[in-house]
Write a protein that binds this ligand. Structure first.
Ligand SMILES: *[C@@H]1O[C@H](CO)[C@@H](O)[C@H](O)[C@H]1NC(C)=O
Ligand SMILES: *[C@@H]1O[C@H](CO)[C@@H](O)[C@H](O)[C@H]1NC(C)=O
Ligand SMILES: *[C@@H]1O[C@H](CO)[C@@H](O)[C@H](O)[C@H]1NC(C)=O
Length: 283
């Protein structure tokens, strides 16, 4: 149940997506929760007409999160039209209400039929795991620290062009797939997101996101996604460039996101922030 709640998306009209929902506005529950995000979103208008996959390598941290809070770093691929919303997500999160601990966990999630179906990890039927060497929902023994930097997780969600099933890759290993039949309309996707996200009850402080610091223009200062790529309209892998996507956050006081580029690491999305008081969504 909680898995479904965590994956619900609110019905907010974003100024950036007229008349439709905005994938960045994902929330955990209805009215009693504050959601914040900082990340990048790609839409087809920026890069062809459809997406068939997404890739990214995220640094893994262990932000301090209370029982009622959540802190996530994840990647989404989604298809949205006027009637429908289908999405798949993979990443890490700290979610004490689900795991009864404050560790960082690997997670996968899906939703379809306008949020009627879907769940986190293996809480409902849907995901077909073909390689059980990676435990879905497992906690990380090690996360990044100043001394031990960075612990990274390479992630991909890639569609098989013949079956249209969506395969999840963790550290370059194919671990299983979401059958195309789960989704109402996801033979292709029209949104991709790399994002940090937090939730907390209203009138309480918001938890840290990522490493708990905002990007400051130095690589590795904040949590990051690197090797950002997608499968384009020609079913070829294409790297994200600085001119692609919107990079933004819901509340610049508490969290931030920005691209950073250098010769060694290429383009990375740096994101995070301390949270704290007065982090009500301001965008
Ligand atoms: C992580 O911890 C588990 C449980 O304590 C242990 O079985 C596993 O070997 C550890 N893995 C690594 C890479 O240290
Ligand atoms: C499926 O989604 C696409 C947008 O990606 C939309 O153009 C198309 O009309 C949708 N198809 C159906 C049957 O709803
Ligand atoms: C898809 O990606 C390939 C390889 O990066 C590129 O050559 C091609 O132009 C891209 N196609 C479209 C439609 O953007």
């Amino acid at each position: 149940m909680i898995g479904i709640l965590v994956f619900l998306f609110c019905l907010v009209n974003s100024p950036l997506v007229h008349g439709t929902r905005d994938i960045l506005q994902e929330v955990s529950t209805g009215s009693e929760t504050i959601t914040n995000y900082a990340g990048a979103i790609l839409r087809p208008s920026m890069s062809g007409t459809a997406f068939y996959g997404v890739r990214g390598t995220v640094s893994v941290y262990n932000p301090k999160v209370d029982q009622e809070q959540m802190s996530v770093a994840s990647m989404f691929i989604a298809n949205q039209d006027s009637n429908n919303f289908d999405a798949i997500s993979v990443g890490w999160h700290v979610l004490p209400s689900l795991y009864q601990d404050s560790k960082t966990h690997l997670y996968i999630a899906w939703t379809s039929n306008n949020f009627e179906k879907g769940c986190t990890n293996l809480q409902c039927p849907g995901f077909i795991q073909t390689d059980k060497s990676i435990i879905i929902g497992k906690s990380f023994n090690q996360t990044s620290t100043i001394d031990k930097f960075p612990v990274e997780l390479s992630l991909a969600i890639l569609q098989d062009s013949s079956t249209k099933n969506w395969w999840i890759y963790i550290n370059e290993k194919k671990i299983g797939y979401y059958p195309s039949s789960l989704f109402s309309n996801m033979t292709l996707a029209n949104q991709i997101v790399w994002i940090g996200k937090t939730t907390n009850p209203t009138n309480t402080p918001s938890p840290p996101m990522g490493y708990g610091v905002k990007p400051n223009g130095v690589f590795g200062h904040a949590c990051h996604f690197k090797k950002l790529a997608f499968v384009n309209n020609s079913r070829m892998q294409q790297s994200v460039t600085k001119d692609m996507g919107e990079v933004r956050s819901s509340n610049n006081q508490c969290y931030d996101a920005r691209y950073y580029e250098d010769g060694t690491n290429g383009l990375t999305l740096e994101f995070g922030g301390p949270g704290g008081n007065n982090c009500e969504n301001s965008s």
